[in-house]
Design a protein around this ligand. Structure first.
Ligand code: FAQ
Length: 337
């Protein structure tokens, strides 16, 4: 359903890497540029310009934090799922998101940063994570809507990242996208069942869609004109499709799904534009988006406090794992001696 994103041609000029600071060694820089121009992959052992490395650490770690914080809104419903089947699906999904976070922290670590430092940045509020996880899940339909729309938006953004120029990130994304696809479908299926139920259930679905629709459109990031990282990210083959183009693809894919489901997307300006071959849509509230990104959304404080507590409560597990690894290492050394 979302795989068309693989087929977007690289626009001319997109891969031309801007000249780096004079301090970057020119021969290595030329090899790096040639690799990017040839649509090759940069691997951890390859030389890379410092700005490329920093951009990747920023994006991959924010992505990892999003997956981990993203476990919380749905995790909140595991103990209240309406049936054993729904509970099992939700546990599997939330666990998958934890796994995605772990692959992504590992991918970031290949760039020479420590997981401890990345987690400190999250826990002290310095690092960003996706705005969408700072909104509450008020009823069971929110869980279905997160699967349908939040995972749907995540897949739309992540499929092009399977072709990211940094090998470990691109490879992690292949598996993540397969799992997100199951997440999207389970959410949509849960909503289809509710939409065949009572009026109260249908109203819950519509209410959840009303609250989540605009927030999901904002997930793709600020408009291209206000996106400071896009131009360079696209030149380096990290991002392949711009924020606005991905948002448009998501809207175009989602409108027919909403019709099948029988819900109204809460945008009076949402209309098919024959000339553009796309849906037109209304104004996203960017002030609200930035307020949330900057720590003042409805659940930011609660989400961070929950993560910090979980991290602190898990200290003994990390200590035990380290002690065990040290013991194993000592044993191996002794046997080898
Ligand atoms: N929320 O110049 P740009 C998921 C920041 S995973 C918060 O356009 P860029 C799975 C941006 O970081 C969802 N901050 O930046 C799941 C930058 O700030 P900085 C996460 C945002 O990097 C489902 C500033 O605004 N996915 O949902 C947001 O070129 C269900 C300027 O923006 C990823 O992370 C936002 N929505 O493009 C889990 C995908 N948007 O760093 C559980 C990988 C922008 O300069 C349940 N990331 N900002 O201080 C990307 O593709 C890109 O980083 C973008 C932003 C597109 C998010």
């Amino acid at each position: 359903m979302y795989t068309q994103s693989f087929n977007v041609p690289d626009e001319s000029g997109q891969k031309q890497v801007k000249p780096m600071k004079a301090s970057e060694p020119p021969e290595r820089m030329a090899r790096f540029d040639a690799c990017i121009d040839a649509d090759g992959r940069i691997e951890p052992q390859d030389w890379m310009p410092e700005a490329y490395r920093k951009t990747l650490v920023r994006q991959i770690s924010q992505h990892a934090h999003s997956e981990i914080v993203g476990m919380l809104p749905e995790g909140n419903w595991i103990s209240r799922a309406p049936s054993l089947k729904r509970k099992a699906i939700l546990i599997a999904k939330v666990q998958d998101e934890g796994g995605h976070g772990l692959y992504l922290y590992s991918a970031a670590e290949t760039l020479g940063v420590s997981r401890g430092d990345l987690l400190d940045a999250l826990h002290t509020g310095k690092a960003k994570y996706s705005s969408i996880f700072n909104y509450p899940t008020l009823n069971w339909a929110d869980v279905g809507v997160i699967g349908w729309l939040v995972d749907g938006a995540a897949i739309m953004n992540q499929i092009p990242l399977c072709r990211c120029s940094y090998g470990p990130y691109a490879r992690a994304m292949v598996r993540v996208c397969k799992e997100e696809s199951f997440h999207q479908r389970q959410g949509y299926e849960a909503l289809l069942v509710m939409m065949r139920g009572t009026q109260a259930q249908k109203d819950m679905v519509q209410d959840a869609v009303n609250r989540y629709w605009w927030k999901c459109l904002a997930m793709f990031g600020p408009p291209d004109a206000d996106s400071p990282n896009s131009t360079q990210g696209m030149r380096w083959g990290i991002k392949r499709i711009s924020n606005d183009d991905l948002r448009q693809k998501f809207i175009d894919a989602t409108v027919p799904q909403a019709k099948v489901l029988g819900v109204t997307l809460p945008d009076p300006d949402l209309k098919w534009n024959e000339a553009r071959g796309h849906y037109d849509y209304g104004q996203i509230d960017w002030d609200e988006f930035w307020k949330t990104v900057n720590g003042h959304g409805p659940c930011n404080k609660e989400r961070l406090a929950t993560r910090v507590k979980a991290h602190n409560d898990g200290a003994w597990v990390r200590e035990a794992a380290l002690a065990y690894a040290n013991k194993q290492q000592q044993r191996t050394l002794k046997e080898a001696a």
